[in-house]
Design a protein around this ligand. Sequence first.
Ligand code: F1P
Length: 295
Amino acid sequence: MSAHFVETEIISQPDCWRRAAALAPDSLPAAGERVAVIGCGTSWFVAQSYAQLREAAGQGETDAFAASEFPFSRRYDRVVAITRSGTTTEVLDLLDRLHGSTPTLALIGDPETPIVGKADQLVVLDFADERSVVQTRFATSVLALLRANLGEDLGRAIADAELAVVEPLPEELVAAEQFTFLGRGWTNGLALEAGLKMREAAGAWTESYPAMEYRHGPISITGPNRVAWMFGTAPEGLPEQIAATGGIFRSGDRDPMAELVTVQRLAVAIALGQGLDPDQPRHLTRSVVLRGVDQ
Ligand code: F1P
């Protein structure tokens, strides 16, 4: 039995993905709908990955926004909100503003929260809800559900994650002082989430970029004892350019969502190594609930 909630939640991801991928809610956007996906923090990054995947699958124009940055001048057939807690102020406020003008769907972890009644439709992933402040399995389970419902077979992702939850973490990664996460297409959202996870759980110095942007400046950060970590296939020449900086390059042919599981475990390992409690991350709460004065 793991000592921390977050560790228990991380290792349960293969099972959660299996359950999520088996769901087929008829409330998900239909092909051809023009969709905006919104959320905050981790949920915003999941929104970005889904938007890329849905549009790449030919299902229709799909944008992703932080809930606080929604462009009210644009028209959408549907707004899809992602929120584990169901209490995030910016998400609830946005759903209130859209009520009666744009149909909304919310993907949530907890059905006993104020979001019920604010969204027109709900998909509840209560089996993936978490006690931890930092999100791991809710975010990836939402993405598993969405990927499966876009027609993907998640068998390989789940098998890769079974490995990712047990394999030893490379010592050079645990000891590294800086991490730059790189993505392409739908994995840009994962790269952003990987960076956030390391900051939230371990207070680590991380950056995240689209892989082709990395050579336009961010590569100057990489060097000995610093990591450039690609989610998916690296652009040609990039591994060699990273090697020339003396930095550590990590990629692989695993499913990128399973790579994210490795980052989550690494974040916990680094936090514990520094005497931090990954269940009590600094300056964070499980969700951001703003009173009028904060807004
Ligand atoms: C969103 C979120 C988390 C973040 C922090 C505050 O929550 O931004 O991603 O780690 O704890 O809340 P939610 O709307 O998905 O519940």
